[in-house]
Design a protein around this ligand. Structure first.
Ligand code: SAM
Length: 254
Protein backbone atom coordinates (compact mmCIF):
# COMPACT_ATOMS: atom_id res chain seq x y z
CA UNK A 1 0.00 0.00 0.00
CA UNK A 2 1.18 3.55 -0.75
CA UNK A 3 1.27 6.25 1.96
CA UNK A 4 -1.80 7.89 0.45
CA UNK A 5 -3.78 4.66 0.74
CA UNK A 6 -2.62 4.13 4.33
CA UNK A 7 -3.29 7.65 5.56
CA UNK A 8 -6.89 8.47 6.44
CA UNK A 9 -8.13 12.08 6.16
CA UNK A 10 -11.48 13.85 6.32
CA UNK A 11 -13.48 14.60 3.19
CA UNK A 12 -16.00 16.91 4.86
CA UNK A 13 -17.09 14.77 7.81
CA UNK A 14 -16.19 11.41 6.18
CA UNK A 15 -12.89 9.71 7.01
CA UNK A 16 -11.29 8.11 3.96
CA UNK A 17 -7.88 7.28 2.42
CA UNK A 18 -5.99 10.44 1.39
CA UNK A 19 -6.00 9.45 -2.30
CA UNK A 20 -9.80 9.00 -2.28
CA UNK A 21 -10.22 12.37 -0.56
CA UNK A 22 -8.12 14.07 -3.27
CA UNK A 23 -10.18 12.40 -6.02
CA UNK A 24 -13.43 13.40 -4.27
CA UNK A 25 -12.30 17.05 -3.91
CA UNK A 26 -11.36 17.07 -7.58
CA UNK A 27 -14.74 15.73 -8.63
CA UNK A 28 -16.53 18.31 -6.43
CA UNK A 29 -14.69 21.12 -8.24
CA UNK A 30 -15.22 19.53 -11.66
CA UNK A 31 -18.89 19.42 -10.84
CA UNK A 32 -19.23 22.97 -9.46
CA UNK A 33 -16.83 24.71 -11.90
CA UNK A 34 -19.33 26.12 -14.38
CA UNK A 35 -21.60 27.61 -11.70
CA UNK A 36 -18.79 28.42 -9.24
CA UNK A 37 -18.77 32.22 -9.63
CA UNK A 38 -22.56 32.52 -9.69
CA UNK A 39 -22.90 30.36 -6.57
CA UNK A 40 -20.19 32.32 -4.72
CA UNK A 41 -22.00 35.56 -5.52
CA UNK A 42 -25.34 34.15 -4.36
CA UNK A 43 -24.10 32.35 -1.23
CA UNK A 44 -22.07 35.32 0.04
CA UNK A 45 -24.41 38.07 -1.25
CA UNK A 46 -21.45 39.25 -3.36
CA UNK A 47 -19.26 39.72 -0.28
CA UNK A 48 -16.61 37.14 -1.25
CA UNK A 49 -15.02 39.76 -3.55
CA UNK A 50 -14.60 42.15 -0.59
CA UNK A 51 -13.03 39.40 1.53
CA UNK A 52 -10.63 38.56 -1.31
CA UNK A 53 -9.78 42.21 -1.78
CA UNK A 54 -9.03 42.52 1.96
CA UNK A 55 -6.78 39.42 1.76
CA UNK A 56 -4.85 41.04 -1.12
CA UNK A 57 -4.37 44.15 1.11
CA UNK A 58 -2.51 41.86 3.53
CA UNK A 59 -0.02 40.91 0.79
CA UNK A 60 1.45 44.46 0.98
CA UNK A 61 2.21 44.35 -2.75
CA UNK A 62 3.73 47.83 -2.67
CA UNK A 63 6.56 46.40 -0.55
CA UNK A 64 7.48 43.79 -3.18
CA UNK A 65 10.46 44.73 -5.37
CA UNK A 66 9.89 45.35 -9.11
CA UNK A 67 9.71 42.12 -11.11
CA UNK A 68 8.92 40.17 -7.92
CA UNK A 69 6.89 36.95 -8.07
CA UNK A 70 3.45 36.43 -6.51
CA UNK A 71 1.71 33.07 -6.56
CA UNK A 72 -1.94 32.37 -6.00
CA UNK A 73 -2.35 28.74 -4.93
CA UNK A 74 -5.71 27.03 -5.56
CA UNK A 75 -6.72 29.99 -7.74
CA UNK A 76 -9.93 28.38 -8.90
CA UNK A 77 -11.57 30.92 -11.19
CA UNK A 78 -8.84 33.50 -10.49
CA UNK A 79 -10.70 36.22 -8.56
CA UNK A 80 -7.51 36.91 -6.58
CA UNK A 81 -5.46 37.05 -9.78
CA UNK A 82 -7.81 39.70 -11.16
CA UNK A 83 -7.57 41.80 -7.99
CA UNK A 84 -3.78 41.49 -7.86
CA UNK A 85 -3.29 42.32 -11.55
CA UNK A 86 -5.70 45.23 -11.53
CA UNK A 87 -3.80 46.75 -8.59
CA UNK A 88 -0.17 46.33 -9.55
CA UNK A 89 -0.41 47.14 -13.31
CA UNK A 90 2.34 44.87 -14.66
CA UNK A 91 5.11 45.68 -12.15
CA UNK A 92 5.03 42.15 -10.71
CA UNK A 93 4.87 38.61 -12.07
CA UNK A 94 1.95 36.40 -11.13
CA UNK A 95 1.36 32.66 -11.24
CA UNK A 96 -2.26 31.51 -10.91
CA UNK A 97 -2.29 27.81 -10.07
CA UNK A 98 -4.77 25.09 -9.29
CA UNK A 99 -4.87 21.30 -9.34
CA UNK A 100 -8.16 21.42 -11.25
CA UNK A 101 -7.81 22.30 -14.92
CA UNK A 102 -11.52 23.09 -15.38
CA UNK A 103 -11.48 25.71 -12.63
CA UNK A 104 -8.19 27.20 -13.80
CA UNK A 105 -9.28 27.37 -17.46
CA UNK A 106 -12.41 29.30 -16.47
CA UNK A 107 -10.22 31.66 -14.44
CA UNK A 108 -7.71 32.11 -17.24
CA UNK A 109 -10.48 32.92 -19.73
CA UNK A 110 -11.92 35.51 -17.34
CA UNK A 111 -8.53 37.19 -16.99
CA UNK A 112 -8.00 37.17 -20.76
CA UNK A 113 -11.46 38.76 -21.25
CA UNK A 114 -10.57 41.50 -18.78
CA UNK A 115 -7.13 42.13 -20.32
CA UNK A 116 -5.35 41.24 -17.08
CA UNK A 117 -2.75 38.75 -18.21
CA UNK A 118 0.36 40.89 -18.51
CA UNK A 119 3.22 38.97 -16.78
CA UNK A 120 0.78 36.24 -15.71
CA UNK A 121 1.25 32.49 -16.03
CA UNK A 122 -1.40 29.84 -15.41
CA UNK A 123 -0.16 26.53 -14.11
CA UNK A 124 -1.96 23.35 -13.12
CA UNK A 125 -0.30 21.67 -10.14
CA UNK A 126 -0.82 20.18 -6.70
CA UNK A 127 0.10 22.36 -3.70
CA UNK A 128 1.54 19.20 -2.12
CA UNK A 129 4.21 19.14 -4.82
CA UNK A 130 4.88 22.66 -6.09
CA UNK A 131 7.14 22.64 -9.19
CA UNK A 132 9.12 25.73 -8.13
CA UNK A 133 12.54 26.02 -6.56
CA UNK A 134 13.24 26.92 -2.94
CA UNK A 135 13.24 30.63 -2.01
CA UNK A 136 11.85 31.73 -5.39
CA UNK A 137 8.56 33.51 -4.57
CA UNK A 138 7.97 36.87 -2.84
CA UNK A 139 4.35 36.39 -1.81
CA UNK A 140 1.99 33.40 -1.64
CA UNK A 141 -1.76 33.76 -1.29
CA UNK A 142 -4.50 31.16 -1.17
CA UNK A 143 -8.23 31.71 -0.74
CA UNK A 144 -10.62 29.00 0.40
CA UNK A 145 -8.06 26.38 -0.59
CA UNK A 146 -6.54 25.24 2.72
CA UNK A 147 -9.56 23.31 3.94
CA UNK A 148 -9.59 21.31 0.70
CA UNK A 149 -5.95 20.21 0.91
CA UNK A 150 -5.57 16.58 1.92
CA UNK A 151 -2.39 17.32 3.90
CA UNK A 152 -2.39 20.84 5.35
CA UNK A 153 1.07 20.49 6.98
CA UNK A 154 2.64 19.36 3.71
CA UNK A 155 0.86 22.18 1.81
CA UNK A 156 2.17 24.77 4.29
CA UNK A 157 5.69 23.36 4.18
CA UNK A 158 5.67 23.47 0.36
CA UNK A 159 4.51 27.12 0.53
CA UNK A 160 7.22 27.86 3.11
CA UNK A 161 9.88 26.16 0.95
CA UNK A 162 9.19 28.27 -2.17
CA UNK A 163 8.95 31.59 -0.27
CA UNK A 164 12.02 33.87 -0.30
CA UNK A 165 13.43 34.88 3.06
CA UNK A 166 11.32 37.89 4.12
CA UNK A 167 8.43 36.55 2.02
CA UNK A 168 4.85 36.48 3.28
CA UNK A 169 2.05 33.95 3.00
CA UNK A 170 -1.61 35.05 3.25
CA UNK A 171 -4.42 32.53 3.70
CA UNK A 172 -8.10 33.42 3.41
CA UNK A 173 -10.42 30.75 4.77
CA UNK A 174 -13.66 30.10 6.62
CA UNK A 175 -13.04 29.71 10.34
CA UNK A 176 -14.74 29.59 13.75
CA UNK A 177 -17.40 32.19 14.62
CA UNK A 178 -16.87 33.56 18.13
CA UNK A 179 -20.34 35.08 18.56
CA UNK A 180 -23.09 32.65 19.61
CA UNK A 181 -26.12 34.27 18.02
CA UNK A 182 -24.38 34.83 14.71
CA UNK A 183 -23.04 31.27 14.81
CA UNK A 184 -26.61 29.90 15.15
CA UNK A 185 -27.86 32.05 12.26
CA UNK A 186 -24.95 30.94 10.07
CA UNK A 187 -25.56 27.29 11.00
CA UNK A 188 -29.19 27.53 9.91
CA UNK A 189 -28.24 29.32 6.72
CA UNK A 190 -25.43 26.94 5.79
CA UNK A 191 -27.32 23.73 6.59
CA UNK A 192 -30.61 24.69 4.93
CA UNK A 193 -30.17 27.45 2.37
CA UNK A 194 -26.80 26.67 0.79
CA UNK A 195 -27.55 23.03 -0.20
CA UNK A 196 -30.95 24.22 -1.48
CA UNK A 197 -29.29 26.94 -3.58
CA UNK A 198 -26.85 24.29 -4.83
CA UNK A 199 -29.75 22.11 -5.86
CA UNK A 200 -31.80 24.86 -7.54
CA UNK A 201 -29.02 26.82 -9.25
CA UNK A 202 -26.41 24.16 -9.95
CA UNK A 203 -28.46 20.91 -9.67
CA UNK A 204 -25.74 19.76 -7.28
CA UNK A 205 -26.82 19.57 -3.65
CA UNK A 206 -24.12 17.04 -2.69
CA UNK A 207 -21.14 19.22 -3.63
CA UNK A 208 -22.50 22.10 -1.58
CA UNK A 209 -23.10 19.79 1.38
CA UNK A 210 -19.39 18.87 1.11
CA UNK A 211 -18.40 22.55 1.03
CA UNK A 212 -20.34 23.17 4.25
CA UNK A 213 -19.02 20.11 6.07
CA UNK A 214 -15.48 20.95 4.99
CA UNK A 215 -15.94 24.33 6.72
CA UNK A 216 -17.23 22.63 9.90
CA UNK A 217 -14.25 20.29 9.96
CA UNK A 218 -11.63 22.94 9.25
CA UNK A 219 -9.33 23.78 12.21
CA UNK A 220 -10.05 27.02 14.07
CA UNK A 221 -7.96 30.22 13.96
CA UNK A 222 -5.52 29.29 16.73
CA UNK A 223 -4.95 25.80 15.32
CA UNK A 224 -4.06 27.24 11.90
CA UNK A 225 -1.65 29.71 13.55
CA UNK A 226 -0.07 26.80 15.45
CA UNK A 227 0.24 24.78 12.25
CA UNK A 228 1.90 27.75 10.51
CA UNK A 229 4.32 28.27 13.40
CA UNK A 230 5.13 24.55 13.43
CA UNK A 231 5.92 24.79 9.71
CA UNK A 232 8.44 27.55 10.41
CA UNK A 233 6.45 30.71 9.70
CA UNK A 234 7.11 33.53 12.13
CA UNK A 235 4.89 36.40 13.28
CA UNK A 236 1.89 34.25 12.28
CA UNK A 237 -1.39 35.88 13.13
CA UNK A 238 -4.96 36.31 11.90
CA UNK A 239 -7.66 38.90 11.28
CA UNK A 240 -11.31 37.96 11.70
CA UNK A 241 -14.12 39.15 9.44
CA UNK A 242 -17.74 38.68 10.60
CA UNK A 243 -16.72 37.44 14.06
CA UNK A 244 -14.47 34.77 12.56
CA UNK A 245 -16.77 33.35 9.89
CA UNK A 246 -13.97 34.40 7.54
CA UNK A 247 -10.36 34.71 8.65
CA UNK A 248 -7.23 36.06 7.01
CA UNK A 249 -4.09 34.32 8.29
CA UNK A 250 -0.55 35.40 7.55
CA UNK A 251 2.99 34.44 8.38
CA UNK A 252 6.53 35.31 7.25
CA UNK A 253 9.62 33.37 6.33
CA UNK A 254 12.83 34.65 7.95
C1 SAM B 1 -13.14 26.75 -2.90
S1 SAM B 1 -12.10 26.79 -4.29
C2 SAM B 1 -11.31 28.34 -4.12
C3 SAM B 1 -11.00 28.99 -5.44
C4 SAM B 1 -10.53 30.44 -5.37
N1 SAM B 1 -9.29 30.56 -4.66
C5 SAM B 1 -11.57 31.32 -4.76
O1 SAM B 1 -11.33 31.82 -3.66
O2 SAM B 1 -12.63 31.50 -5.35
C6 SAM B 1 -10.84 25.67 -3.84
C7 SAM B 1 -9.85 25.38 -4.95
O3 SAM B 1 -8.79 24.59 -4.39
C8 SAM B 1 -8.31 23.74 -5.43
N2 SAM B 1 -7.53 22.66 -4.83
C9 SAM B 1 -7.96 21.64 -4.06
N3 SAM B 1 -6.95 20.83 -3.73
C10 SAM B 1 -5.84 21.36 -4.29
C11 SAM B 1 -4.46 20.98 -4.31
N4 SAM B 1 -4.05 19.87 -3.69
N5 SAM B 1 -3.58 21.75 -4.99
C12 SAM B 1 -3.99 22.88 -5.63
N6 SAM B 1 -5.29 23.28 -5.66
C13 SAM B 1 -6.19 22.53 -5.01
C14 SAM B 1 -9.62 23.27 -6.07
O4 SAM B 1 -9.39 22.70 -7.33
C15 SAM B 1 -10.42 24.57 -6.11
O5 SAM B 1 -10.26 25.26 -7.32
Amino acid sequence: MTDKEDTKVFFGSKLMPQKDMEDSVNSVFNSVAKNYDLMNNLMSFGMHKLWKSKAVDFLSLNQVKDDGLIIDIASGTCDLGQIIKSREKGRLNLICSDINLNMLTLGRNKMIDKGLILSTVFSCFDVLNIPLSDNSVDRVITAFGLRNFSDKSKALSEIFRILCPGGKCVILEFSRINERKFSKIYEMYSKNIIPLLGEIVASDKKSYEYLISSIENHPDQDSVVMLMEKTGFFRSNFYNIFSGLITIHWGYKT
